[in-house]
Design a protein around this ligand. Structure first.
Ligand SMILES: CC(C)=CCC/C(C)=C/C=C/C(C)=C/C=C/C(C)=C/C=C/C=C(C)/C=C/C=C(C)/C=C/C1=C(C)CCCC1(C)C
Length: 593
């Protein structure tokens, strides 16, 4: 008896598993736990018979002084532990690397017909199987391929198109990183003789003198099995998310994991709503392009809520662009009016029987200009059954306030502090209110039922928090805003220092502006302190990500203060460094559990 094999685990497999677990722990969702457990179960049950057969046929063996001696079907327990820990690590890595993906967006096949791409794979598999019967020395290799190829083929048949539509990098990384790592572990273990392959059953090609070709292939193939298995599960989840989103009833509960599996295997799924999926992809691409941190941050919200938030964001973004990029004030105003009309129309039947086809019909209407087509599709995509119209219309009136700025006519709409509050309410408070409406409709169930009064109260706090974040934005961007003719510091404040908005435009470096920056940050802090408590009343799934967003804004506020104190020139946008944001997110998610 010996502890060699356990030592391999203690030095090589347990540390990375622990490290990954601790790093990811606060972000781990129930669904992800189910995914990982599902794969571990399959891996253990499918590998035991195979491994047992190989050991009984003495294809490899373990020196008695390397293992403790406990076995399951003749397999040393250390080895069974290996199946578990490898599947765990690879799965967790996959979950981390694909966390940012919005699964249903990959349901539409990208690279043409899967069968075309599959042909070379099948061809190679055929050659592989053919080769296996050439010589007896290939026994081990043959057994590996015989075990893995049918499963891999099954997985590809189920999710091939989906797999090819997914971005290549995270998939390749989650297969190859563990593979390389395990090659190294295997190299040292074979060298030490912790396990031994019988010479007459192998091709005897060794890398670096001890890593057998078969072992190298084995670890590659087993990681492919795990990752393809996870992709298959994600495919099932993506289809279910698509189906619930286009269904004509609002269902608060997502189907259970076993139900997802059942619906998938029995193919009880709806045909894809192509215009919905295309619109969703467009919204995601826009978000990823315009704001990488918002895109990654949104991944802290779970499945359908996250998708709704992306659609809400996309609407805000589209309107923002339509206003900012309009050639003149009249065009911008016309766009806002158009948006308001389309919103009314969208909310008149919250759930049309054929949601998108009907709405996008209008888009194809030839008398609409091309510029408005993103607007129409972003409004069509809004989850109207889970939102109300009021905050969205108020948001539009916020944009209208922005249009009242005019350098030539010396018009500055933020005259008093009340105007500032109104503006911040309209452009940010409303977005917070919509966000909370979505949170309530997704998590309103079971023992977490909120009564109307409590919802109202939380939404009010949320609106105030939205204002707070807007004040931080304003304080940060005084100079950038001045460059485009906008002054959000109330004229009444400026008057106290005998300044006018036009002075801010002509000299945005004026040291006297520090006072207002400070005052704006104080206002932010006040509004923040009055509202932050309400976050604890939210369901925990929403608490962590919302706290992360809020706290990183407050951190920006701190940085603005420091910048001023250190006398650093304002250039570019202040940003919280990535590692600090990650640390913050980790902590906020951790305490919100
Ligand atoms: C559930 C929902 C919602 C939908 C359903 C969707 C669906 C139908 C999904 C289907 C998924 C499938 C079919 C997944 C299959 C995954 C498999 C077979 C993984 C095997 C892993 C095998 C593994 C990790 C084996 C590891 C083996 C090891 C580490 C062996 C190591 C070794 C050592 C150390 C010494 C030398 C000997 C040996 C090579 C045996």
């Amino acid at each position: 008896m010996g502890l060699d094999y356990w030592l391999v685990h203690l030095t090589w497999t347990v540390p990375p598993a622990t490290l990954l677990s601790v790093a990811y722990w606060p972000f781990l969702t129930r669904l992800e736990i189910f995914k990982i457990l599902f794969l571990i179960t399959i891996a253990v049950f499918s590998t035991i018979p195979w491994d047992s057969y190989l050991i009984r046929n003495r294809i490899w063996s373990y020196p008695a002084d390397a293992v403790v001696g406990l076995t399951i079907f003749d397999i040393p327990v250390e080895e069974v532990f290996f199946f578990v820990i490898q599947t765990y690590c690879t799965s967790l890595l996959y979950v981390i690397l694909t966390k940012h993906l919005v699964l249903p967006a990959y349901l539409l096949p990208r690279s043409g017909d899967f069968t075309k791409t599959a042909r070379p794979i099948m061809f190679l598999a055929g050659i592989g199987i053919g080769v296996m019967f050439i010589s007896n020395h290939l026994t081990y290799l043959r057994l590996i391929l015989l075990w893995a190829l049918p499963v891999l083929t099954l997985q590809l048949i189920l999710c091939g198109d989906f797999l090819l539509a997914l971005p290549k990098r995270p998939i390749l990384a989650s297969i190859l990183l563990p593979t390389f790592y395990l090659w190294i572990v295997d190299f040292f273990s074979l060298q030490r003789g912790t396990w031994v392959i019988a010479p007459e059953t192998k091709v005897d090609i060794r890398f670096g003198g001890s890593l057998d070709l078969e072992e190298a292939i084995f670890f590659l193939v087993s990681n492919m099995l795990v990752v393809f298995g996870l992709v298959t599960v994600d495919h099932a989840i993506a289809i279910q998310e698509h189906d619930t989103m286009i269904s004509s009833q609002d269902e608060p509960h997502s189907p259970s994991f076993t139900r997802i599996a059942w619906l998938y295997i029995t193919s009880q799924t709806s045909p894809y709503d192509v215009s919905f999926l295309e619109g969703l992809s467009a919204a995601i691409n826009k978000l990823a392009q315009k704001s990488q941190s918002m895109y990654l941050g949104s991944a802290m919200f779970q499945d359908r809520l996250r998708i709704d938030l992306i659609l809400l964001y996309s609407f805000c973004r589209v309107i923002d662009d339509l206003v900012d990029e309009a050639p003149d004030r009249e065009t911008a105003q016309a766009n806002i009016k158009e948006a308001s009309q389309v919103l009314h129309w969208r909310f008149s039947t919250k759930r049309p029987t054929k949601p998108l086809y009907d709405y996008l019909e209008v888009e194809k209407n030839p008398d609409r200009t091309g510029v408005l087509s993103p607007l129409l599709s972003s409004i069509a995509l809004l989850p109207a059954s889970r939102l109300t119209l009021k905050p969205l219309l108020e948001l539009l009136s916020g944009f209208e306030m922005d249009l009242q700025f005019s350098t030539e006519k010396q018009e500055f709409p933020i005259a008093s502090e009340t105007d500032l509050e109104l503006y911040a309410h309209r452009v940010a408070g409303t977005v917070a209110a919509s966000l909370l409406e979505l949170v309530f409709s997704h998590y309103e169930m079971g023992e977490r039922k909120y009564d109307r009064a409590q919802q109202e109260r939380i939404i009010q706090a949320g609106q105030r928090m939205g204002q707070a974040l807007q004040y931080v934005n304003i304080a940060r961007d005084i100079k950038r805003d001045a460059a485009i003719g906008r002054v959000y510091i109330p004229s009444s404040w400026l008057a106290e220092e005998k300044l006018a908005p036009s002075d801010v435009l002509s000299n945005s470096d004026d040291a006297r502006l520090a006072v207002f920056e400070d005052r704006m940050l104080c206002k932010a802090k006040n509004a923040y302190e009055l509202s932050v408590g309400a976050i604890y009343e939210l369901p925990y799934e929403a608490r962590g990500p919302i706290r992360t967003t809020v706290e990183s804004y407050m951190m920006i506020g701190e940085m603005v203060r420091k910048r001023r104190r250190a006398g650093i020139e304002e250039d570019g946008k202040l940003k919280v460094p990535l590692w600090r944001r990650l640390r913050l997110a980790w902590w906020e998610m951790y305490v919100s559990q």
